[in-house]
Design a protein around this ligand. Sequence first.
Ligand code: ATP
Ligand code: SF4
Length: 321
Amino acid sequence: MVTTSLLSIRDLRAYYMLGDTVVKAVDGVSFDVGEGEIAAIVGESGSGKSTLGLAIIKLLPYPGRITGGKVLFRGVDLVDLPEEEMAKIRGREISAVFQDPLTSLDPLIRVGDQIVETIMSHFDLSKDEARKQAEKYMKLVGIPPQRFYDYPHQFSGGMRQRIMIAMAIATRPKLIIADEPTTALDVIVQAQIMELFKKLKEELGLSIILITHDIALAMEVADKIGVMYAGHLMEYGSSIDIYEKPVHPYTRGLLEAVPNIETSDMKLRYIKGNPPDLASPPSGCRFHPRCPYRMDICSSKEPPTVLLNGRIVKCFLVGEE
Ligand code: ATP
Ligand code: SF4
């Protein structure tokens, strides 16, 4: 499928300023997301995935700040946009879905009415028209319309996440940022939500950035995979290419840590060592203390980001095309 870029992130930097300490959570990240494309951002805890998602929608918590780079959404740089303009894009053209739906849903308002409210706050529709739309979106995400009058606590975790997704699509966005949307759910419900994302991509032409620590889950649903480590994007490319031939040593480590049922190889492998403290990341390649392929240059010089057969890789083992 030929896609055009909906979102182009260029050299994005998002830091947390903690007095004299600067936590460089996202440090020079660049990638594109096409229209109707699911891009998953994967990596261990603390690699900067959530900060990246929050920076894109400019919702970084204090003391977080975008310190450089561009977030081009449909050609407009969101980084420079005044908050008033940004607020119109956020929640309308770009929606977000987070891990815990309960913190985003009002426990005292029936779920159907919450979706109606969202629709009416963005479109000039009568309550009846908005209600019809809300029912349509509930149906699309797999919630029977008769549950319109139920309260959030009457739903299971998976169904609550479906309600959040219905609210996210009710504003007819072009892009959804989903940050660990299924982490709290069991594997069967996780798979159902991933199927729902695929359906929304196919039926609505939505682009989705899926943030997850689970590379196996990402492989099931994503067209593109981005692998983050210590604030850097180490590899980004088509999920098939990355699955079949991971290039970056960190990507290889993440994939080797996934048990393989097909080959009955259920031995649990893991990458030795821990991710670094982003207040004082390692010199050179940030992965060098854990990398089995490290060379002398790796600890002294930061590897460039190079383009290799359509994917981007940040490693000295890879030369320019
Ligand atoms: P996880 O999967 O655990 O959420 P992540 O890959 O999403 O991890 P981030 O949550 O973006 O990573 O964190 C990246 C770095 O930024 C970490 O070092 C974290 O401690 C730091 N960080 C995140 N939020 C804040 C904050 N509000 N204030 C200060 N530092 C923060
Ligand atoms: Fe390993 Fe060096 Fe490549 Fe970093 S640049 S991943 S340390 S080989």
